[in-house]
Write a protein of this length. Structure first.
Length: 109
């Protein structure tokens, strides 16, 4: 009885530690994502500034190249972000093939 209580307490402590580590990991991931968004915003402003300077100085070929590369980067990041947000399939699952039904639990009488 006492060993079982100790085992339950030990499992509870491990669960609490796992939860704490998971929360810390999610917090760090959120900080990293926020920092990346700010960096992308600043880079976009710099990019627009260079593009504006190219247009004002009659460097139309440079401006067209910058605009084309900017559009390509925007489309690529859009596609990449949507692929990252798709849920992953469970192990052994093939796309387009429905998963096999789970075996029903045996009935006990």
């Amino acid at each position: 009885m006492r060993a079982e209580l100790r085992r339950l307490e030990y499992d509870h402590v491990l669960d609490m530690e796992d939860r704490r580590l998971a929360e810390k990991s999610m917090e760090l991931e959120d900080r990293r994502a926020t920092r990346g968004q700010w960096m992308a915003f600043i880079l976009a402003l710099v990019f627009l500034g260079v593009l504006g300077a190219a247009v004002l100085t009659d460097a139309h070929l440079l401006a067209a190249g910058l605009m084309g590369s900017g559009i390509a980067v925007g489309v690529g990041s859009f596609i990449y972000s949507h692929r990252q947000q798709q849920p992953t399939a469970p192990p052994g699952h093939r796309r387009g093939v429905p998963a096999a039904p789970a075996d029903p639990a045996p009935e006990t009488t």
